[in-house]
Design a protein around this ligand. Structure first.
Ligand SMILES: Nc1ncnc2c1ncn2[C@@H]1O[C@H](COP(=O)(O)OP(=O)(O)OP(=O)(O)O)[C@@H](O)[C@H]1O
Ligand SMILES: [Mg+2]
Length: 580
């Protein structure tokens, strides 16, 4: 273990020092003799595999969990936090791994919740709005106070969470996997915001599984393995590969899928699918596609362009116009459970809201959504033994790190919750898998394992609809790609001829000469064998009035060389396995 810079006595004391922190849960030591020193004005990254103890450590620093042993110092002074209120008073704020905002409240209401400025007996909304605006402007967060949270995308939610923490006066920000749901452009924006904050003297502790991001944004990095700090390094001294080795002792995986297994049998067919929002306006507009057995169809898009609604319509969770057929049978009017029984597996984008019962044991979570099928039932009865045995099988096959199948799902780390859901949804030989961000929040080793499971199932004939903010994953796993912008398919892209940078441009509609290779207008019969030599140039407009039809998808342009460097020098992910 090496410490990057020996503490200079002339300098400020570290913003945060953790010494000898140990935390035990029944059956697990989540943190063991942790040592961590974070300098003021630094972005300090913490990396480590799923279940390594990162979130637990941060919850300790934020007063949500209490260490069994060890000392916390803030600005050189020892502190004891009984609750987050104590940590907030000491200038510490935390943005959690899972979103904590209330959808049905406005941005302003969410931000002031719990610390409402008072005027007489009422809440001083005027003062709150002014303060929010000041903070938003000062750090370029672009937060508009009166929007409903359910109407904003994940990138904006992330900024609201950060603003909420700043609103409470935090000088030390803990961000637990803030980028897990962000597409590269949003990650860049977030990092610009973070750099603004550290310039003002704030300190940021940042957790991520995306090692290239860590290398691009962090001033210092600490690696945690099996609950303890094993290394502190400077980004300039390591590569992504080396970091992965420090974390898990293995190499970085690649999502690359080589041989095609696409057949000519259509497993899922969607025709003219339109989904309307609460105001009657379409949020998904006339979308059509086929997914064949053995094919992965990827949907690329910045969050909030209709992906969630598209998926929910296919799952029967939302009313929609159009026709959806599964294995040749029209299932447009089937309820969700029947669609699942018909052979659709579903990895939801929000694992805590739609994927798990957090306060139920793992084996009961195995039954969720599969409550009418073997091995969970026998005749009309729940088959406890069958469900339990199969839960153990999933835990083994998907390497879910848990003391047992009787612990509540809430006791699993975020990445391990994800692995359990993937294992469950891949059970029982589904015909179609709807996978929203299947490897969200899982570490590089587990990501490789999930990719292997997906590839094996694909080779055995599984049809997959893949939605992912991880563009390397999306490009690497998909046999064909469609770009969704404002609810419409604006381009078909050949994954073999596109880079994350080019795809990112097509997704934002910011094309220009470097736009993604694509084949213009959507073609329902497209089978993925598109030629990559036309450039899709969907014009960027911040004007929400512009009809999607106006999105110019200009064919023609230069013969795209996939090796062309992207025009914008953004620090997006380099292909996995490359390091830096
Ligand atoms: N409330 C809890 N009760 C019991 N065990 C817990 C609880 N919270 C965490 N654990 C256990 O502590 C260990 C560390 O979990 P933690 O959530 O800190 O991991 P992590 O590094 O954040 O992982 P991930 O990358 O998957 O989010 C895990 O073994 C987890 O199962
Ligand atoms: Mg975590």
């Amino acid at each position: 273990m090496s410490t990057p810079t020996p503490p200079d006595p002339a300098e400020d004391p570290p913003a945060v020092e953790l010494e000898g922190i140990t935390k035990r849960f029944p059956g697990v030591v989540a943190n063991r003799d942790i040592r961590l020193s974070v300098r003021r004005g630094h972005v300090h990254a913490i990396v480590g595999e799923n279940g390594a103890g990162k979130s637990t450590l941060m919850k300790i620093l934020y007063g949500m969990q209490h260490p069994d042993e060890g000392v916390i110092r803030v600005g050189g002074k020892p502190v004891t936090f009984r609750s987050p209120a104590d940590a907030i008073a000491a200038g510490i704020g935390m943005v959690h791994q899972h979103f904590m905002l209330a959808d049905n409240l406005t941005v302003l209401e969410n931000i002031i919740l719990g610390s409402e400025p008072r005027r007489g007996a009422g809440i001083d909304f005027g003062a709150a709005r002014k303060k929010i605006k000041e903070i938003s402007d000062a750090y370029g967060l672009g937060v508009s106070p009166d929007t409903l949270v359910e109407d904003i995308g994940v990138g904006a939610r992330q900024r609201v969470e950060i603003l909420k923490v700043l609103y409470r006066g935090a000088r030390i920000l803990i961000l637990d996997e803030p980028t897990a749901v962000l597409v590269p452009q949003e990650v860049d924006e977030l990092f610009d915001n973070l750099r603004g904050l550290v310039r003002e003297g704030l300190t940021i502790i940042f957790i991520s599984h995306k090692l290239d991001e860590v290398l691009s944004v962090a001033d210092a990095i600490t690696v945690i393995r099996r609950g303890t700090t094993v290394a502190s390094v400077l980004p300039k001294d390591v590569t992504a590969r080396r970091l992965a080795e420090l974390m898990v002792g293995s190499e970085l995986p690649s999502p690359e899928t080589r041989e095609s297994t696409v057949t000519d049998v259509v497993a899922l067919s969607v025709r003219g699918l339109t989904v309307r929002g609460g105001d009657g306006r379409p949020v998904v507009r006339d979308v059509s596609f086929d997914i064949h057995k053995g094919e992965v169809l990827g949907i690329a898009g910045v969050e909030g362009n209709g992906q969630a609604e598209l998926v929910e319509a296919i799952m029967g969770m939302r009313p929609a116009e159009g026709v959806i057929t599964l294995d040749g049978t029209d299932m447009s009017h089937w309820p969700t459970l029947r669609r699942r029984e018909g052979g659709i597996g579903y990895i939801p984008e929000d694992r805590q809201r739609h994927g798990l019962l957090l306060n139920s044991p793992l084996w009961e979570n195995r039954i969720l959504g599969h409550q009418t099928r073997r091995p969970n039932v026998r005749g009309p009865w729940i088959d406890r033994a069958g469900a339990r045995a199969d839960t153990q099988r999933i835990v083994d096959a998907y390497d879910v790190r848990t003391p047992g199948i009787d612990v509540d799902a809430a006791a699993l780390s975020g990445g391990n919750q994800q692995k359990l859901i993937v294992g469950r949804e891949m059970s029982g030989d589904p015909v179609v898998l709807i996978a929203s961000h299947p490897t969200r929040g899982v570490d590089v080793g587990a990501q490789a394992a999930i990719w292997d499971h997906l590839r094996a199932a694909r080779a055995a004939g599984l049809a997959v609809l893949l939605i992912s903010a991880d563009l390397d994953e999306l490009i690497g796993l998909s046999d064909s790609l469609k770009v969704l912008l404002r609810g419409q398919v604006v381009a078909d892209v050949d994954p073999a001829g596109v880079t994350p940078e080019l795809l990112g441009s097509a997704m934002t509609g910011a094309g220009g000469p470097d736009a993604a290779p694509a084949t213009g207008t959507p073609d329902p019969a497209a089978d993925g064998g598109e030629t990559p030599d036309a450039a899709a140039t969907a014009q960027a407009t911040s004007d929400s009035e512009a009809a999607p039809d106006d999105q110019a998808v200009a064919a023609g342009g230069r013969g795209d060389d996939p090796d062309d460097p992207p025009s914008a020098g953004r620090a997006g992910p380099t292909p996995a396995g490359e390091g830096k």
